[in-house]
Design a protein around this ligand. Structure first.
Ligand code: PFF
Length: 451
């Protein structure tokens, strides 16, 4: 087995859990989840989402962590170490590419969030023109590029520090701050006029949509993205996990924190949204947080402060996710190509920045570069579709098949149970990873392609 002394490890179990939860909690929770709830018909989406998280994503989270901890390498190295001479390393390649691909548009949106800290704090957004303000702002390509550069630069600076003094140190501070801020905002939102209607929408399911395939499809995709699964991010973080830690407890913590934060975001967005006249929860898009919320903040007493706090929180959540997205390709170049961490961070960040250009430029006047002629789709939307809707579910499916049928579950269980760690419900996990996950994900992928 490869020696890993040079790679770094987590300093503590809490450090690992917070870093992995930091990867999971991001724009996907605070922006994506409420948006999807709005489009999926409210509480019924929440119910399906919870089922996907429990029966599909939690078992895959355990599988990814187990592969990473067994091999103690990046995704490409891990698959080839466990099945040498096979083509399974290609699943790792898919993960490395997905890391760079997702980061290229994710960092653009994180940059917008960064700018909105200033816009809300300074009162620059007029309550009557939030939509136009957002449009003008994102049309400014050079500004979007500059903001993306700041986000990528901050991410790279953390990664140069390595696993313990970089990733772990930063996320250990950010995550508790994030939870605290979300709680304060949720309490504030619950006291707004109209909050009750928002809470009813969010919590009372309309069962007529429970079998709607589009809703089920969206819920599974959202769960994958939100939990950072299907692209080796959890595998990579698991590779820095000590052989003495319990993988199952860690996975449960990460899933609970991520799901709790997404639910909490709903408790902020829906009561806030419904307190605005004419609010349409199904409108979706960036508008939900970049247009609806600033309007709410602008009309609140102390709204500039609350708004700035919200966007600080969103930027922090996005940063702990960009850190993990960048770490996947960085770990690959360190482990497989033997680059130094510094060189890997510098070159991968530069590559991602170039790839981010069309997404940053694609939203406005300078957007000729970013629009795909003849497709009627902007570059950022296309990237989201390629990576989120296809690469992640396919990566998750292949991971489940690999652990369930190729490496085999008893090997994985042996790794989990090292040093006497317990594996509660391991029979159930075996069934889920061998049968339920592959079948359910295949159905979703086929459905996505057909539709
Ligand atoms: N889970 C992150 C979010 O919800 O915003 C996004 C993400 C991070 C996806 C890392 C994939 C990943 F590897």
């Amino acid at each position: 087995m490869a020696t890993t002394a040079h790679r770094g490890t987590w300093g503590s179990k809490a450090g690992f859990i917070l870093a992995a939860a930091g990867s999971a909690v991001g724009l996907g929770n605070i922006w994506g989840f409420p948006t999807q709830v709005g489009q999926g018909g409210g509480a019924v989406f929440v119910l399906i989402y919870l089922a996907c998280v429990l029966f599909i994503c939690l078992p895959i989270m355990v599988a990814e962590l187990v592969i990473g901890r067994r091999a103690q390498l990046d995704p490409v190295g891990s698959f080839s170490l466990i099945r040498p001479g096979s083509n399974w390393w290609l699943v790792g390649v898919l993960g490395v590419l997905a890391g760079a691909g997702i980061l290229s548009f994710y960092s653009v949106i994180a940059g917008w969030s960064l700018a909105y800290i200033w816009f809300t704090a300074s009162g620059a957004v007029s309550p009557d023109a939030v939509g136009a303000f957002f449009g003008d702002f994102t049309a400014n390509g050079p500004l979007s590029i500059g903001l993306t550069l700041v986000v990528l630069g901050a991410t790279a600076a953390v990664l140069v520090g390595g696993v313990q003094s970089g990733i772990e140190r930063v996320t250990k501070v950010m995550m508790p701050a994030l939870i605290g801020l979300l709680l304060i905002l949720a309490i504030r939102a619950a006291t707004l006029p109209g909050a009750a209607a928002g809470l009813t929408y969010y919590l009372k399911p309309d069962f007529s949509r429970i079998l709607d395939p589009a809703v089920i499809n969206a819920a599974l995709g959202q769960a994958f993205f939100s939990l950072s699964l299907g692209m080796g991010a959890m595998l990579t973080y698991g590779s820095y996990l000590s052989k003495r830690e319990s993988i199952v407890t860690a996975a449960c913590w990460v899933v609970a924190l991520d799901t709790g934060m997404a639910l909490l975001a709903g408790f902020i967005i829906f009561p806030s949204g419904f307190s605005i006249e004419g609010f349409d929860p199904s409108a979706g898009g960036p508008g939900l947080i970049f247009a609806v919320l600033p309007r709410l903040f602008a009309t609140l007493p102390g709204g500039q402060l609350v708004g700035a706090a919200f966007f600080i929180l969103l930027t922090m959540a996005a940063l702990t996710s960009t850190i993990s997205l960048l770490e996947v390709p960085v770990a690959h170049f360190i482990d497989v190509h033997k680059w130094t961490r510094r060189k890997a961070v510098l070159l991968v960040t530069t590559g991602v920045f170039l790839l981010a250009m069309p997404s940053a430029l694609g939203n406005g006047a300078v957007g000729a570069l970013g629009n795909l002629p003849g497709l009627g789709v902007d570059f950022m939307t296309m990237m989201g579709t390629v990576w989120n809707d296809f690469a992640l579910p396919i990566g998750g499916l292949l991971t489940a098949v690999f652990v369930g049928w190729v490496w085999r579950v008893d090997q994985a269980i042996e790794e989990v149970e090292l040093h006497g760690a317990s594996f509660p419900a391991r029979r159930l996990w075996s069934v889920l990873i061998r049968y339920v996950c592959p079948v359910a994900i295949s159905v979703i992928i086929v459905y996505t392609i057909v539709s």
